[in-house]
Design a protein around this ligand. Structure first.
Ligand SMILES: [Mg+2]
Ligand SMILES: [Zn+2]
Length: 224
């Protein structure tokens, strides 16, 4: 963990990022609903998910079934996604310090990997739900579903713990409901939106961020 001066040893540090609304400036899947859904049935699923009546796997599967999602149209849409303007710089800094960096997302790997590739971000490990295409049609799989968890499709805590060496200082950067459990296992949490609200309401230690510049500035100091 960190010493008296609040410094963190880069060699013993691992940083986890959420993707939607954290690395990306929007929720990519939510935008896809508007673009590719055949009708507005996704709205009801979204309501049920928000109120906790269904988990995100049931929600996403239902919403995907309601989409005309073809590889071609998805590939044409993904270059429009904007990343947080400071992510690239922050990631380069972490690479220069040899800090292990992992993306934990409840979105799909194909979508994230394409967006990262378009933005020329290389060698960033992504753990997410699986999406592939066969003859242009979408096929999904959820290898990180936890049968005891009714909330997430990718239950992030297990991957966070499995990826972190025993004595590592764990840093978590995120915004949403699926970030709450994994962030509770971290030593340093950067939070916005629902994750921030949860940490505030439960009086858990955290740092507020609005964009990744604030995370970058703090980590530059702590990992100097
Ligand atoms: Mg998010
Ligand atoms: Zn979960």
């Amino acid at each position: 963990m960190s010493d008296k001066n609040n410094q963190i040893n880069p060699k013993k540090c691992i940083v986890f990022f959420d993707f939607d609304n954290t690395i990306a400036t929007c929720d990519v899947f939510d935008n896809m609903l508007l673009l590719f859904s055949r009708d507005d049935r996704w709205v009801e699923l979204e309501k049920r998910w928000k109120s906790g009546r269904i988990g995100s796997k049931t929600c996403m599967e239902g919403q995907l079934r309601g989409m005309d999602l073809e590889k071609k149209s998805l590939d044409a849409y993904l270059p429009k996604i904007k990343l947080d303007p400071y992510f690239k710089e922050l990631y380069k800094f972490l690479q220069s310090k040899k800090v292990k960096t992992v993306v934990l997302s409840d979105n799909f790997d194909y979508i994230l990997n394409q967006i990262l590739k378009i933005n020329r971000i290389k060698k960033l490990k992504v753990l997410a739900n699986k999406l592939s295409f066969s003859r242009g049609k979408a096929i999904t799989d959820y290898p990180f579903k936890n049968k005891d968890c009714q909330v997430c499709a990718h239950c992030k805590t297990k991957n966070l713990l499995d990826s972190s060496p025993k004595d590592a200082t764990i840093i978590y950067v995120g915004d949403g409901a699926s970030d709450i459990c994994p962030a509770k296992r971290a030593h340093l949490v950067f939070a916005k939106d629902s994750l921030l609200k949860y940490f505030k309401d439960n009086k858990l230690e955290h740092t507020v961020f609005h964009n990744l510049k604030e995370v970058f500035n703090q980590l530059k100091r702590k990992l100097a």
